[in-house]
Design a protein around this ligand. Structure first.
Ligand code: ZN
Length: 326
């Protein structure tokens, strides 16, 4: 399936609709009727230009009748298609994984664990929950580019605030999310990066900006002291005082504010506020994946990207997910 065409545009491999990924649910169902078909697809993602044996360089292999192995025709050593990926050691059929990935990427707002359990007829809520979290973990591309151009940076707190507190004082005892968003002309947003942070101190915020934004970029923030280290860290730092401007925060930092509102609405809507603070990072990964691909007309392309990234990742034991990110 994948072996048919991968177009090369200016040296970058671009997957072709209808050739590398399904465009509609009908095509999806026709492509992936059983685990055998799913495994063939994953093998295509693992060995894009055809199978090459890592031991002897042999280019021919055959599928073993049991398990998920290809056997090298030359040295007769077995190579697992899914070892080292999120599909390793799974008890669930690959068709279930594929369907979950399809629902997750095919809907505008995604799907909750309870929703997925009902859609796929899974035996337990826990299986649905673990499945979704493993796929979420694959939503962050390893080594992705940092934000460029001009970037707004701000923080927001998730969950109810205690009464009587003002400004960043309302962040106490709540999960804090740092937001970086590319500022495009006329108030438009480019790509975003989000991260859970333990507090709004200068070392933490400087670390976040260094990880999310390319060096030398213009970074807009408010006058919070936690942003004092950005010039020294190599950014062109533009501070806007909310008090001095006379505008409420959402006017001064309109894009960061919009991302914050959308994130909160999504957490409350799709997930009914079920995201626990120590697992919030995974939800942020999913939100970022969706937001940064929001203009994509090809839902099938998102499905392809998700599986492609899922094949690059190390297998994560469930205990690590339950405990949150390291
Ligand atoms: Zn070999």
């Amino acid at each position: 399936m994948l072996s048919c065409v991968v177009a090369i545009v200016e040296g970058v491999e671009v997957p072709v609709a209808g050739c590398d990924y399904p465009g509609t649910l009908r095509v999806f169902n026709a492509w992936f009727p059983d685990d055998e078909a799913c495994l063939r697809y994953l093998a295509g993602l693992r060995w894009r230009s055809g199978f090459v044996c890592s031991l002897c360089g042999g280019e021919r292999a055959w599928r073993m009748s049991k398990g998920r192995n290809l056997r090298c025709a030359r040295c007769r050593v077995d190579h697992s298609v899914t070892a080292g990926t999120i599909f390793a050691d799974t008890k669930l059929p690959l068709t279930t994984w594929f369907q979950a990935a399809w629902y997750l990427t095919g809907t505008k707002h995604g799907v909750s664990a309870l929703g997925l359990q009902r859609l796929l007829g899974l035996g337990s809520y826990e299986s649905a929950w673990a499945l979704l979290h493993k796929l979420r973990r694959a939503m962050v591309r390893p080594g992705r580019d940092r934000l460029a151009g001009e970037v707004e940076v701000d923080e927001t707190a998730i969950g109810p605030s205690k009464p009587g507190r003002l400004g960043r004082g309302t962040f106490l005892d709540r999960a804090i999310v740092a937001i970086a968003v590319e500022a495009r002309p006329r108030g438009a947003c480019g790509r975003i990066r989000l991260a859970c942070i333990p507090n709004c101190s200068a070392p933490i915020l400087t670390d976040f900006v260094c990880g999310a934004v390319a060096p030398g970029v213009v970074v807009y923030t408010d006058h919070w002291q936690g942003y004092g280290g950005l010039t020294a860290a190599g950014f062109v730092h533009e501070q806007t005082s909310i008090a001095a401007s006379g505008d409420p925060a959402h006017v001064v930092m309109p894009r960061a504010h919009r991302v914050s509102s959308l994130l909160k609405r999504w957490l409350l809507g799709t997930h009914q506020g079920a995201a626990r603070p120590h697992q919030l990072d995974y939800y942020l990964d999913e939100f970022t994946f969706r937001f940064n691909r929001r203009s994509s007309q090809q839902r099938g392309l998102l499905f392809y990207r998700l599986l492609e990234q899922a094949m690059q990742l190390d297998h994560v034991p469930l205990a690590a997910i339950v405990g949150g990110k390291p």
